[in-house]
Write a protein that binds this ligand. Structure first.
Ligand SMILES: [Zn+2]
Length: 253
């Protein structure tokens, strides 16, 4: 069985003490590739270093809305330069976060839209972080007629999912799916065809409901695959195969 983690922060300092070991055990279990998104220019060096150290790592470069107060116009220029001939397979993590009230929405929109333009220019897929702003993000994609993208940790309505996947945008699902109380998310997954899905751990960031306070790990992708396969009533092998194909297609691997 082969799996690809479409969204994992392997560069995170919380993996500094055991990264090699964790990558190795995940690979042994069949996780063949890790897509690592950068979140701000000061993380670019760590992401590039991780990609250099591990053949199994592909990376994307972007400016995350969560760090909107840190980003500047110079950062956007630096991102554009860095994308040029860098080996990055996508633009992101970028998007809109309307969940946290102290993140300036107007600045978020400016920085996000600039990255949509860059992605389109370089013909690279967008790795989208969207919280409380699915319609707004989708509107921006429509404005630029650019749908080469995945929305990571998607948690919208069936109606929203329907419109988004109709445009060819992939939806990412991760550890939240494994929570027995995630009824709405499970219903949504019942609806989304596996041809439109990618799997992720978002490690170390999204602890499983039964491991609160702990890092989640690269190998936890197996559990995500298992639980989504159960919801979709397909063999884990089939889901792994299809979502691997999806990630390869999206990131042109
Ligand atoms: Zn992330």
């Amino acid at each position: 069985m082969e799996l690809i983690d479409s969204h994992i922060h392997l560069d995170d300092d919380r993996f500094n003490s055991d990264r090699a070991e964790l990558v190795k055990s995940a690979q042994t279990a069949g996780i063949s590739r890790f897509i690592v998104p950068a979140v701000s220019v000061n993380r670019f060096p760590a992401v590039l270093k991780t990609a250099k150290e591990y053949d199994s790592v592909s990376y994307t470069l972007g400016l995350h809305p969560y760090y909107i107060n840190e980003h500047s116009g110079t950062d956007l220029e630096f991102l554009a330069q860095s994308l040029h001939g860098s080996g990055a397979v996508g633009v992101g993590e970028c998007g809109l976060d309307y969940y946290l009230k102290d993140l300036d929405r107007d600045k978020q929109k400016l920085v996000f839209e600039a990255q949509v333009v860059l992605a389109k220019h370089f013909n690279l897929p967008l790795v989208l972080h969207v919280r409380g702003a699915i319609d707004e993000v989708f509107k921006t994609l429509k404005k630029h007629n650019y749908f080469n993208a995945m929305m990571h940790s998607f948690n919208g309505s069936v109606e929203q999912a329907k419109q988004i996947i109709a445009k060819g945008v992939y939806l990412g699902f991760g550890p939240a799916v494994c929570n027995p109380n995630a009824h709405k998310l499970k219903k949504l997954i019942e609806y989304v065809p596996i041809e439109c899905m990618v799997l992720e751990t978002d490690a170390p960031d999204q602890p499983f409901f039964d491991k609160s306070g702990q890092r989640n790990l690269p190998i936890d992708l197996l559990r995500v695959n298992q639980d989504i396969a159960a919801i979709k009533k397909v063999k884990p092998m089939i889901l792994a195969e299809q979502t691997t194909t999806n990630v390869n297609q999206l990131f042109n691997l």
